[in-house]
Design a protein around this ligand. Structure first.
Ligand code: NAD
Length: 355
């Protein structure tokens, strides 16, 4: 099969880590008989420098014409003082909107070889931790009506949350489909004891759950979820929640794993085209020094194979190669490799060798 991938390398360590992932994709292509045609596009700070704006139309058009998008990271101190519409992060929001991406999928797991990096007590994670957060990305309070007004006690500000049945139905379906590829367990997180949007959320998620009798579905209040994540993280398989709750809980979940250099993510819409990127930023402090950990981006490419191209065996092969490299004790500096740390290129070589 032939697949067209738009590469948005971005700034800082972006180019190094995306190049690593491309090397892995090329190897997968050779082994499994696929062709991945990768075309680079500018976005973020590098696009501001080259074209004056963070997201050139050519990039949007290129991403829309591709089968999927692999992104490194954008931003850096050079552009920190730019006005709002000329900040590198604008490119991310613009791309998400242009591609209609309403779901953010963030897996978080503890690798047994790196269990020592988990900040929780060993007995708490004795049963492992391997979950996926399915976060609604384009609705809720981050997109609701907001403003300032004169209130009863003087000036006040307000933000509003609204969710339509359609928005909840489509994110719920993503969660149940994701669970079918995993341990078939969905926990839906809301605040239905207080919020009307949560009551509609709960009602709608349960209606969709009836279409998936092979998947169990339970509810959890968000305050309890924040507590359960650090009390008994093994109970979570797939979590589905709103934009704001997902924003907060996905960062909590990522910290349990102990390393942001390992965590991939996917943003998905109603087509097979997705945007895949590591959860970390552009790490300007180590850019261009061959110190970046490429694993989060390589695992993001694996997610692209699984979710956009339905190449499950190929994605499994990449994930298994990463497991084997970590089990052998190979480490980049951020994973505590110390004197024996591998650089970005050498870690990629090690993963390629395992493939
Ligand atoms: P960061 O994630 O870039 O870096 C935080 C720390 O983690 C740094 O010490 C960095 O060296 C380290 N780190 C991150 N990724 C690593 C990797 N793959 N290997 C080894 N070490 C790694 O976060 P930050 O410092 O807050 O932000 C730096 C820039 O990135 C800012 O301009 C920020 O706006 C941007 N940012 C972009 C994205 C994105 O593109 N999606 C996300 C977050 C931050």
């Amino acid at each position: 099969m032939e697949y067209k991938i738009a590469l948005v390398k971005g700034d800082g360590i972006g180019p190094e880590i995306v190049d690593s992932a491309v090397r892995v994709l090329e190897k997968i292509g050779q082994t499994f008989g696929h062709t991945f045609t990768c075309t680079p596009y500018l976005a973020g700070g590098c696009a501001i420098d080259a074209t004056g704006i963070p997201l050139p139309q050519e990039t949007v058009d290129g991403c829309l014409a591709a089968d999927s998008v692999l992104l490194g990271a954008v931003g850096g101190p050079k552009w920190d003082k730019n006005p709002g519409n000329l900040r590198p992060e604008k490119a991310l929001l613009g791309l998400r909107a242009a591609l209609g991406l309403f779901t953010n999928l963030r897996p978080a797991k503890i690798y047994p070889a790196l269990a020592g990096d988990c900040p929780l007590r060993p007995d708490i994670v004795a049963n492992g931790f391997d979950m996926v957060m399915v976060r609604e990305l384009t609705g809720g309070i981050y997109f609701g009506e907001r403003g300032r007004r004169d209130g009863k006690y003087g000036p006040e500000a307000y933000d509003t949350e609204a969710y339509s049945v359609m928005e909840i139905e489509r994110i719920a379906r993503v969660a149940f489909e994701t669970a079918r590829k995993r341990r078939k367990n969905v926990i839906s997180i809301d605040k239905a004891n207080v919020l009307e949007t949560s009551r509609l959320w709960r009602e709608t998620v349960h209606r969709i759950a009836e279409e998936y009798p092979d998947v169990t579905c339970t509810d959890m209040l968000v305050d309890n979820a924040a507590m359960q994540l650090v009390r008994n993280p093994a109970q979570f398989d797939v979590v589905v929640t709103t934009n704001m709750f997902g924003d907060i809980l996905s960062d909590e979940a990522s910290q349990i794993t102990g390393s942001i250099g390992l965590l991939p993510s996917a943003s998905l819409g109603s087509t097979k085209r997705g945007l895949y990127e590591p959860i970390h930023g552009s790490a300007p402090d180590i850019a261009g020094q061959n110190k970046a950990n490429p694993i989060a981006t390589i695992l993001s490419a694996a997610m692209m194979l699984r979710y956009s191209f339905d190449l499950g065996a190929e994605a499994d092969a990449i994930e298994a190669a990463v497991d084997r490299v970590l089990n052998k004790g190979l480490r980049t500096a951020d994973l505590g490799g110390g004197e024996a740390s591998l650089g970005c290129t050498e870690m990629t070589d090690a993963i390629l060798a395992e493939l």
